[in-house]
Structure formats: C-alpha cells, structure tokens
Ligand binder design. Structure first.
Ligand code: HEC
Ligand code: HEC
Length: 233
C-alpha cells in the first residue's frame, strides 16, 4: 500500500489537533462540584482503590501504569522489540502520534487498538504524562559501538539535515521526536516505513527528508541514533 502521494491537508490537521488539545485542556478543568455531598464523597474516597480526580495528572499516571507500562515499561523505557521508548519524549510529539493512531492514519495492531477509544482528554492526558517521564538511557550494549559506523552515521545525520530538526544531540523538541537512544530495530523500521510511504507522518517532513536516501544509509542512521548518548530535555 503506498500512501506516500496522499496529500495531507497539513493546516487542517494541525488546526484539528490544536482544537483537540484545547478541548482536552478545557475538559480537564472542571473539578467535581463542591456540593453538599462533597465532604461525604471525599471522606469515603480513601477506602476505594482509585481515588484520582477524573482527568487529572494522577489518573493518567495510574492508567499509564496499568495499561501502557506492560509494553512501554513503567519508566517509559521499553524492553520489548519494536516498542519505542517513550521516556524523554515530548508531549506535543506524543499527542500528534496518539491522534494519528486514533484516526487510523498511523497503524499498528497494538497501538491502534489502544488508541481507538481515546477521548480528546485521553490524548492530552497520556501525552502530558509522557512529557513528564525523564529520559532513560538504554541498557549498556553487549559490545562497544563500531567506531567507523558511528562516524559514518554522524556524517549522514549532518549531510541529510537530520540534526537541523532533531538537534545535534538528537533529543528533538516540541513536535520533533527524540530519536537519540531510541531502540535500533524500531528506528530502522520507522525510517524504512517513511521511505516506502507505509508510515504517514503528521506532516510531510519525514517522507521528504528520507525519500531519496538509500535504505542502507537509513540503517546506518538507525545504528548511530540508537547509540547517541541520551541528552536531557
Ligand atoms: C500491546 C503493547 C502496547 C501497549 C499496551 C501500548 N503500546 Fe504504545 N506502542 C506500542 C508499539 C508496538 C508501538 C510502535 C508502533 C509502530 O511501530 O508504529 C507503540 C507506539 C506508541 C507511541 C508512539 C511513539 C513514537 O515514538 O512514535 C506512543 C505515543 C504510545 N505508543 C503511547 C502509548 C500509551 C499512552 C499507551 C497506554 C494507553 C500505550 N502506548 C500502550 C505498543 C503498545
Ligand atoms: C524538516 C525537519 C526534519 C528533518 C530534516 C528530519 N526530521 Fe525526522 N522527524 C521530524 C518530525 C516533525 C517528525 C515527526 C513526524 C511524524 O509525525 O511522524 C520526525 C520523526 C522522525 C522519526 C520517528 C521517531 C519515532 O519515535 O517514531 C525518526 C526515526 C526520524 N524522524 C529520524 C530522522 C532522520 C534519521 C533524519 C535525517 C535523515 C530526519 N529525521 C530528518 C522532523 C524532521
């Protein structure tokens, strides 16, 4: 399936996502009414198990631990192949991706099922939580990185302007994801996916960036990025 030439109305998608974000924010505002029953409810709450305020940060931290951590790890550093680290990822990037999964524009059996029923508040709540997870370096590799391959990767990242958007340290920012320290096999698959048109981005940025790069060079870039020392936000 090639969706590469599908024209994405970037402005419309962006506007929609910003509206989603705004709506989600608005939805998180209202607190349970402090009516006459308020004190009774509050007194009863500690006995019940999930006392978190609906839509609040605590609720999403708890839902992340219950639902997402099984695959992504409790601290956001997954040890499952093909499952990206979320630790140190930016909330604005996360919200765009959860939005794409929910709308069926980015597809993966696991994530499409997870995101299908998300409300706008869920998109925002989970993304905000991801944005609070500090970056976690990958476990120490079995063998030291191949110096020549690292050098080639660094040169390719400059030549193809990856560093222009993702930063010299590949830590990303805002809607540009952190790729430094990400799982290698995930990066490899994602880069080939953008190239073939199998992964459709939130904008055309990545399909344009990698469209002309030979697949073998993309694999070197994945090798390099996954081994770049993990920088702070
Ligand atoms: C059954 C395993 C599984 C569960 C549970 C799961 N995920 Fe994922 N998640 C994945 C996989 C696999 C991918 C990579 C999908 C791909 O390759 O396109 C992913 C991708 C993502 C991404 C995109 C990351 C990136 O770098 O582009 C985000 C954000 C995300 N998941 C958030 C969540 C949240 C929030 C939850 C809980 C509500 C969750 N996931 C639950 C397996 C899972
Ligand atoms: C013009 C800015 C720009 C350039 C140049 C660029 N990127 Fe990106 N990159 C982005 C944006 C924006 C995204 C998020 C795209 C989306 O919505 O899927 C992204 C996403 C990615 C992802 C997906 C990360 C994830 O967690 O799923 C990888 C990997 C990546 N870029 C690697 C690269 C590499 C390697 C290069 C150089 C060959 C590069 N990028 C060049 C802006 C850029």
């Amino acid at each position: 399936m090639t969706r590469r030439h599908l024209r994405v109305p970037v402005a419309a998608v962006l506007a929609a996502a910003l509206l989603v974000a705004a709506a989600a924010q608005a939805q998180t505002q209202p607190r349970p009414a402090r009516g006459a029953s308020g004190s009774a409810t509050r007194a009863a709450a500690p006995a019940a198990s999930p006392p978190a305020a609906k839509g609040g940060a605590a609720e999403y931290a708890q839902r992340f631990a219950m639902v997402c951590a099984a695959c992504h790890g409790g601290n956001g550093r997954s040890d499952m192949p093909g499952t990206p680290a979320l630790a140190g990822q930016h909330s604005f990037y996360a919200v765009t991706q959860l939005f794409l999964f929910r709308e069926g524009r980015r597809s993966n059996p696991a994530m499409s099922a997870v995101a299908k029923g998300f409300t706008d508040a869920d998109l925002r709540g989970f993304s905000d939580h991801i944005g609070t997870l500090p970056p976690v370096p990958p476990p120490a590799p079995a063998s030291p990185p191949d110096a020549a391959r690292m050098k080639q990767g660094q040169a390719l990242a400059k030549q193809h302007k990856c560093v222009f958007c993702h930063g010299d340290d590949l830590a990303g920012g805002q809607q540009v994801p952190r790729i430094g320290g990400q799982r290698e096999e995930y990066l490899r698959e994602v880069l080939q996916g953008y190239r073939s048109g199998q992964r459709v981005g939130y904008t055309q940025a990545m399909s344009e960036a990698v469209g002309q790069i030979p697949p073998a060079e993309l694999d070197v870039l994945a090798y390099y990025a996954s081994r770049v020392p993990v920088a702070g936000r």
